[in-house]
Design a protein around this ligand. Sequence first.
Ligand code: TZP
Ligand code: MG
Length: 208
Amino acid sequence: MKEFKLYAITGEEFHQGRDLIEVMEQAILGGVDIIQLRDKTSSKREILQKAKALRELTHKYGVTFIVNDHIDVSLAVDADGIHIGQDDLPLAEARKIVGDKIIGISTHKIEEAREAEAGGADYIGVGPIFHTNSKVDVVDPVTTTYINQVSNEITIPFVAIGGIKLHNVDQVLEAGATRICMISEIVGAEDIKGVCKTFTKILSEKGE
Ligand code: TZP
Ligand code: MG
């Protein structure tokens, strides 16, 4: 998959009434290079409409577009891939359906990371690193120790997620992450583009 560093996930409860496409466009203009449509409440039809609009937006900017949970929607709009969790369709079955599109998997412990890598996942999510209110039924924070483990052992790309903010991102990067993913700190920001620019700068300095 195309290299990425700053990953933003939609979370309309944080958008403060702002338009979904406008919010994600600001994030892209600030340097986000991959976005995910994550919507746990809308109907399949509504999710399809949002996915179509985000596909158009991401094409315009050459940004990777991932759909959470809904493999059918991802294929219907020709997204770049899907993101699945530990309780979704298993990787092997998902792979049969999506072919060589990107498959990302959420992991919470090293055994899950190893399994995802061995099974041919394109990237893994590593988290929640810190406490987060953005996901219901989320497991306890895995802490930056899990980032250490993954960065020492796993060779496929991994992205740290969960409770990451401007004030704690240094801990995440110091533990070995080079890619970060956020919902609320990005889409809930007053100045979305500005916040993303700051993260982009921090990530590029870390990469030097
Ligand atoms: N998966 C693990 S934590 C999380 C997801 C989707 C929520 C991340 O949201 P935030 O607002 O960046 O903590
Ligand atoms: Mg899921």
